[in-house]
Design a protein around this ligand. Sequence first.
Ligand code: HEM
Length: 125
Amino acid sequence: MKFLFPIILIVVLASGYFFYQKSNVKNQVVPETKQAEVTNMKKYSLSEVEKHSSKEDCWLAIEGRVYDATSYISSGFHPGKAAILEGCGKNATSLFNTRPMGSKTPHSEIARKMMAKFQIGDLSE
Ligand code: HEM
């Protein structure tokens, strides 16, 4: 009888762990994005990106892709708040990956998936 409690405890913990793994919590937060479409996208030069350097009109070039972050900025949802403005109108690859004004670490996978929604094209050579 005294063995019953530890056995029940192990069964409960093991099944909890199993269901946690199966549910894949991270992927439920933001749906998958269609990476296959990336190559068919419009090409923009860096000088075109540079024309959109304000809070009201903010394009960012990150890792060869061009994003219009204007609506994201005005939504106020960016956890790093105004830090994102430093990247407007620039090749913000290293800012995005090093966050010198913040934790000095790269953005998370969640941030990358979120960012995909704002892609408007690719950076031309
Ligand atoms: C569309 C582009 C961007 C998206 C979708 C985005 C998204 C996010 C998200 C989801 C977080 C929470 C922490 C994490 O998940 O990593 C975050 C935090 C942060 N972001 Fe961004 N971000 C973008 C661009 C930028 C840029 C260009 C900069 C810098 C110039 C920046 C600077 C920061 C900072 C300083 C934080 C605070 C947390 C920390 O320092 O670790 N973000 N961002």
